[in-house]
Design a protein around this ligand. Structure first.
Ligand SMILES: [Zn+2]
Length: 291
């Protein structure tokens, strides 16, 4: 669940916002109740599919998705399948694994597979509730916190290799789903780390083994996640020497990751170097904007 606007339709409940700081407890309690109340009122349900991001934190709750899953499980009981879809940058916890029947993440970064992730989650849910499968989940992580710059799932980067192997391994009998997670590194929670969630058909040992092998590959490739970092002056100098349009990206102030977007480091360097080429920069500064 993202916070922000809230869809009040009883059949489809949801809220979303862009990245930012921790959600207030008041807002989280409101959203949580808005989500859980219809489920309580619904009486007996066949299954529950929750579409979450997975990296939200609130002022008092570091694992809101785990909290929601625990509450949903308490309402529907132990036998109703509960599946949650997640972002590839989700913070997956032992509590989530404990309460969920299935956890399925995006397989692409950039995330262009939100729709098909929903389909994968729904398929897992329907197969379980029709008794075709008995999903068991294993989570394995290594203490790897890396910026997203090298986390693309196409090309030759570490996540691309992991993703391709995941799709191959999913063809094995008994393997229902493999989700490789590269944690959103700016969170600060006790179970931080990157790795994989593996779901098998009633084979806990296969799930555990497979999840471990993906976590180990994450660790083996850990240095491949490191982007080349240059100083602002060096970046501007290199940019000026390049042909055509140049994109200078300040990843430490990336608003998509929850940063405020108010850094003037690039702008300052452009001015200091007396750059005369046409430049466009963005800075969040409401006071300056008002003036
Ligand atoms: Zn993401």
């Amino acid at each position: 669940m993202h916070a922000g606007s809230c869809n009040r339709s009883p059949a489809r409940r949801g809220a979303r916002c862009v990245s930012g700081g921790p959600l207030s407890d008041v807002c989280y309690t409101y959203l949580k109740e808005a989500l859980l109340a219809p489920l309580r009122e619904a009486g007996r349900v066949d299954g529950v599919l929750l579409a979450m991001h997975g990296s939200m934190v609130t002022v008092s709750e570091g694992d809101p998705e785990g909290d929601l899953l625990a509450c949903v499980r308490e309402i529907v009981g132990p036998d109703v399948p509960v599946v949650m879809t997640l972002d590839l940058h989700a913070y997956v916890t032992a509590r989530m694994v404990h309460h969920a029947t299935g956890l399925v993440s995006f397989t692409h970064y950039p995330h262009d597979d939100t729709y098909t992730t929903g389909e994968r989650g729904a398929r897992l849910l329907f197969d379980a509730l029709h008794g075709k499968t008995k999903p068991v989940i294993a989570l394995a992580k290594v203490p790897l916190l890396a910026a997203g710059c090298k986390g693309m799932t196409f090309g030759d980067g570490p996540m691309a290799h992991l993703t391709r192997r995941a799709r191959e391994t999913e063809k094995q009998p008994g393997v229902l789903s493999i989700s490789c997670f590269q944690i959103h590194p700016n969170n600060d929670q006790p179970e931080m780390g990157s790795g994989a969630v593996v779901i098998t058909d009633d084979d806990p040992e296969l799930a555990r083994h497979t999840a471990l092998s993906f976590a180990e590959e994450c660790w083996a490739r850990r240095f491949e996640f490191e982007p080349e970092v240059v100083s602002v002056a060096e970046a501007v100098t290199r940019g000026r020497a390049a042909d055509g349009a140049v994109l200078l990206v300040d990843t430490s102030d990336y608003a998509g990751c929850g940063a405020p977007g108010d850094s003037v480091a690039l702008l300052r360097e452009l001015l200091a170097l007396c750059v005369t080429e046409r430049c466009f920069t963005m800075t969040v500064d409401p006071t300056a904007a008002r003036i």
